[in-house]
Write a protein that binds this ligand. Structure first.
Ligand SMILES: [Zn+2]
Ligand SMILES: [Zn+2]
Length: 357
């Protein structure tokens, strides 16, 4: 039986590069020879924890951001052929549950997740083939196209808020997601204040269009930092919109302190599942704040994300500055988990992949 090389998650900080059988696509499925997968904060979290309640139970192949070329199609697949360059989302909704019927596909009670991007090959289930598989334009590299999934989450996050040209937006956190928000806000014509750490990420924020960049390590404590951020807003009033992309309760609380009266706070970063935040009720009530959460993406957001990448609007090259072999993945995940590695995203290239990504 032919085999392929893939990363298998066994448990906490235990990922092994192994030979696994090459699967054949079933009815409605396609098989993709992976050109590149991208590292993601969620994968680093899963690596640290050893599992993800909804998405992955070990032992399992993992990784969820990828693009490649179809090398086999299952029975009944007419829309796709061998040789098509494609990107797939990591999930698809059921289209028939309570939430799907209301157009809230990201809240689907039966979201089907796909993992196994850190591999030479992946079989895409029929439901994802039907709804969340897209052709990558010839002018767009597959490595760049693989950004579609995380960007789709950000596209949905942008849909949830109203940002007009000239508005002031604060983005807290400059990981890949925070940096994508910086770029989207800049494209909306907002005056964007980016707050984060690490020289490479701060300079990426500037390259992506942030008007002001603040390094949190320049401040003694949270209050000093808050005051410094507020000083950058109109007369110190706070921002029209604050986007939290850190995923820690302290950052959620800070975000709420940084909005102007009547402003909107998007609490985007996922905190640990038992996290509780203290809420300043005075601010929410008397200052009429709008607090909102957004999660995941929809098929429509996924398509818009791919077009933002292929048109060049998102500047994909600023997010992926390096590629490494799949064989190095365990070491890369360890370095990302400890913070020793600070790259925004690293493209993981399978050993069999020759040719341009
Ligand atoms: Zn991701
Ligand atoms: Zn559903």
């Amino acid at each position: 039986m032919p085999s392929i090389t893939a990363a298998v998650l066994y448990g906490r900080e235990d990922v092994r590069i192994e030979s696994v059988p090459l699967s054949e696509p079933g009815p409605g499925e396609v098989r993709v020879r992976i050109a590149a997968a991208l590292t993601c904060g969620t994968d680093v979290k899963v690596f640290r924890r050893g599992y993800h309640a909804r998405m992955i139970q070990p032992p399992a192949v993992f990784g969820h951001e990828f693009a490649g070329v179809i090398d086999a199609v299952g029975a009944g697949v007419d829309a796709w052929k061998v040789g098509d360059r494609v990107v797939a989302a990591n999930s698809a909704p059921c289209n028939c549950c309570y939430y799907c019927r209301r157009g809230l596909w990201e809240l689907c009670e039966d979201l089907l997740f796909l993992n196994g991007a850190y591999s030479e090959s992946i079989v895409v289930p029929a439901r994802i083939v039907d709804q969340n598989l897209c052709l990558v334009p010839e002018t767009c590299s597959l490595q760049h196209a693989a950004l579609s999934e995380p960007l789709a989450c950000v596209v949905r996050g942008m849909d949830a808020v109203t940002i007009r040209p000239g508005n002031t937006v604060i983005v807290l956190g400059l990981g890949p997601i925070g940096l994508m928000f910086v770029r989207m806000c800049a494209l909306s014509g907002a005056c964007t204040i980016a707050v984060g750490k690490r020289a490479d990420r701060l300079s990426a924020a500037t390259e992506l269009g942030a008007n002001v960049v603040l390094d949190i390590s320049d401040y003694e404590n949270g209050l000093d930092l808050e005051n410094a951020i507020l000083r950058e807003t109109d007369e110190g009033r706070g921002a029209d919109t604050v986007i939290e992309a850190v995923g820690r309760p302290e950052a959620w609380e800070q975000a709420i302190n940084l909005a102007r009266k009547g402003g909107t706070v998007s609490l985007f970063g996922g905190c640990p599942s038992d996290a509780i935040v203290r809420l300043n009720t005075h601010r929410v009530h008397y200052d009429e704040l709008t607090l909102l959460g957004t999660f995941h993406h929809t098929p429509h957001a996924f398509r818009r994300a791919l077009s933002l990448i292929s048109s060049g609007a998102i500047l994909a090259e600023k997010f992926i500055k390096r590629s490494e072999s799949l064989l190095e993945l365990p070491a890369i995940l360890s370095a990302l988990a400890t913070g020793a590695e600070g790259a925004v995203k690293i493209a993981i290239i399978p050993p069999s992949h020759s040719g341009p990504a």
